[in-house]
Design a protein around this ligand. Structure first.
Ligand SMILES: Nc1nc2c(c(=O)[nH]1)N[C@H]1C(S)=C(S)[C@@H](COP(=O)(O)OP(=O)(O)OC[C@H]3O[C@@H](n4cnc5c(=O)[nH]c(N)nc54)[C@H](O)[C@@H]3O)O[C@H]1N2
Ligand SMILES: Nc1nc2c(c(=O)[nH]1)N[C@H]1C(S)=C(S)[C@@H](COP(=O)(O)OP(=O)(O)OC[C@H]3O[C@@H](n4cnc5c(=O)[nH]c(N)nc54)[C@H](O)[C@@H]3O)O[C@H]1N2
Ligand SMILES: [Mo]
Length: 578
């Protein structure tokens, strides 16, 4: 018999799945459109951790739970850290927060992902209400700005078949190759491009002044700010011609436009301002509060859903976490030794922790150094429910299979709560709590209740309902021509460090390195040795090392973006040595 569930992965699409007891298939109706990505198509092939281990020795699950209890008892409560990643994006992952927060442990805050962009959006609009996938489907023109849909969100592709497509990306991605226009700008220069577009829109008298007078009346001041930019030198610097600026504006004229942004634009110290400048361009075009128009980024998948858990705790940043401040660290759904920035710092700091507990599905750098390993259950073997950061569908994820190995997040939390006399409701109670935020539409799908499909119809969520423009920028021009920009984006083969991980550095062949040659890539923070693969879709001033490649984060800095606790994976420039 077929059962229906949903993919748990940290991804825009949040697909719905038909499981026939053996194969996973994409649900035909709704946003999944009958197909799944390579990760889900080959899901079974990836060997999961089967047995718990302590100090390298296999133990039973009961022994592992006892050990966990002992570890917690042996540390002071404040010296216990709960570090949770996004390996599984479903809502019941958070039940462990309930135990650790109630227990008095430290939790994390901040973002390795979209945090800088989100802060930029909130500063301008007062909230982060996303343009959902279904609205993008109604637009005439789609601008993919630092987003790689063939790799990271392929379910948008069938919806944009007949639209005008513009791509703004330093890499000639698959979508860039078939787009009506590709702007292959220099990395880390989007703020200048966005401000230049706003400036010329104003010069051409093409701003939506009726909208601006009502909802963004400071636009003349913003136009003045854009005038501080020297046109010729900045266009040369960002590597975009004046003609292209004009061409973009003419493609947008009197059209329904969706600006679909990805995390690629904001992996920098000034990521907050970059997003805000892109949002400002959308405001100048009057794209808010109208059907088929807007900015689609990573919305909050928890928007309009309150947590049933106690999550009130002391928190430290998950970007530059000082692990050595803790006696015991409980790591769930994360591979910090690979995915946090500045891996050499992370290794040094985590080495000093007495007890490292890893609660996950797969072996990786973090399971390798953990003292206690507790296998999780995959999504097929536990009850859950999920939402997405790019659409408003809520999907139920009932257990579709019985499995003997591993333990669910709920069962682990219930055990700990019982042992430490902390209150916890039943699993059904929590799932029902989440289900109560859903409402069924005529198409049969369930949606999160009270989320606007077209947000900001009545103005923005700022104090006076008006958009707040940038009034200064911190962004600098980078004069250095010796070092290369590091692009570290998502790979088709892996989901960050899950599944098939990449092992190469990609370079334009004009740089003179041979395919297969071993090179050392070095930054201010560290270095990594990798084999070269050629890729002439890259600019000559860039190198690409995909997320999940072992050692890539030796190169990255654990500094926060300005104004927010978000990681900046592309801030450091790098050198290549033979
Ligand atoms: N297959 C696959 N899918 C995934 C993931 C995965 O690992 N693998 N990860 C999931 C997660 S956690 C996330 S957050 C999303 C992210 O998905 P996306 O938002 O698509 O993010 P990235 O792939 O990091 O970067 C997108 C694009 O930004 C470009 N870029 C890099 N630097 C710049 C720049 O300075 N300016 C501009 N304009 N563009 C730039 C890159 O070349 C890349 O094509 O994907 C999710 N989906
Ligand atoms: N260089 C570079 N670094 C990056 C990025 C980049 O683009 N470039 N991207 C950043 C971004 S956007 C993100 S979101 C982060 C992601 O970083 P992480 O959240 O650390 O993600 P993963 O590497 O995918 O590791 C997820 C882990 O979750 C575990 N897991 C999977 N399902 C379950 C489950 O049901 N229960 C439990 N308990 N565990 C489970 C798996 O064992 C896996 O090891 O990485 C960031 N780091
Ligand atoms: Mo992410």
């Amino acid at each position: 018999m077929n059962s229906i569930t949903a993919c748990p992965l940290d991804c825009y699409d949040a697909c719905e799945i038909v499981f026939d007891g053996n194969e996973l298939k994409g649900l035909k109706s709704g946003h999944t459109q009958g197909f799944l990505c390579p990760h889900l198509n080959h899901y079974k092939k990836h060997a999961v951790i089967d047995k718990p281990r302590y100090k390298g020795k296999e133990i039973t699950l009961d022994e592992a739970l006892l050990k966990l209890k002992e570890i917690l008892r042996s540390s002071e409560k404040e010296r216990v850290l709960h570090y949770r990643g996004s390996g599984n994006f479903a809502l019941m992952q958070e039940v462990t927060d309930h135990f650790f927060a109630s227990y008095g442990a430290t939790l994390t805050e901040g973002s390795l992902c979209d945090g800088a962009g989100e802060t930029g959006i909130i500063e301008g609009r007062g909230s982060n209400k996303n343009m959902p996938l279904h609205e993008v489907a109604k637009s005439d023109v789609v601008i993919f700005w630092g987003r790689n849909p063939h790799t990271t969100s392929s379910h948008i592709l069938p919806l944009i078949k007949d639209k005008t497509v513009i791509v703004i990306d330093p890499v000639k991605t698959k979508i860039a190759k078939t787009a009506d226009m590709h702007i292959q700008l220099k990395p880390h220069t989007d703020i200048f491009l966005a401000m230049m577009l706003s400036r010329f829109l104003h010069i051409e008298n093409s701003c939506d002044t009726k909208f601006l007078e009502k909802y963004a009346s400071e636009y003349e001041d913003y136009y003045e700010l854009t005038q501080n930019i020297r046109i010729k030198s900045i266009l040369d610097y960002i590597d975009v011609s004046l003609g292209k600026i004009g061409d973009v504006l003419s493609l947008l004229k009197d059209k329904k436009v969706a600006i679909v942004c990805g995390v690629g634009i904001q992996k920098y110290s000034d990521g907050v301002d970059i997003m805000r400048a892109i949002d400002a361009f959308a405001v100048m075009l009057g794209l808010f509060g109208k059907e088929g128009c807007g900015v689609s980024y990573l919305g909050s998948s928890r928007d309009n859903i309150t947590s049933p858990f106690n999550t009130n705790a002391l928190r430290v940043s998950k970007v530059d976490t000082e692990f050595s401040d803790y006696d015991s660290v409980f790591i769930q759904g994360a591979n910090p030794l690979s995915q946090m920035p500045d891996s050499l710092r992370v290794k040094e700091s985590i080495k000093k922790v007495k007890n490292i507990v890893y609660f996950g599905l797969y072996e990786n750098e973090t399971s390798e150094i953990a003292d206690l390993i507790i296998p999780a259950k995959s999504f097929l073997y536990k009850d859950d429910i999920r939402t997405s950061y790019s659409h408003n569908v809520i999907s139920f994820m009932p257990k579709v299979k019985e499995g003997k190995s591993g333990i669910s997040e709920y069962d682990l939390s219930a055990y700990l709560c019982r042992e430490f006399s902390i209150g916890i409701e039943s699993e059904e109670f929590y799932i029902k709590h989440f289900k109560n935020f859903s409402i069924q539409r005529i198409d049969g799908s369930w949606y999160v209740e009270n989320r606007d499909e077209v947000p900001y119809k009545e103005g923005f969520d700022t104090d006076d309902g008006e958009f707040v423009f940038l009034d200064e920028i911190d962004s600098e021009i980078d004069e250095d021509k010796e070092e290369f920009y590091l692009i570290t984006c998502k790979s088709q083969k892996s989901l960050n460090s899950q599944f098939n991980r990449e092992e190469s550095v990609y370079l334009n062949d004009s740089l003179g390195f041979n395919e297969g040659e071993l090179v050392t890539i070095t930054s201010a923070n560290g270095s990594v040795e990798l084999k070269v693969k050629h890729n002439n879709d890259l600019r000559e001033d860039c190198i690409l090392i995909y997320s999940g490649t072992k050692g890539v984060n030796n190169l990255t800095s654990s500094k926060h973006a300005l104004y927010t606790k978000s990681a900046i994976f592309q801030e450091n420039k790098v050198k290549i040595n033979r």
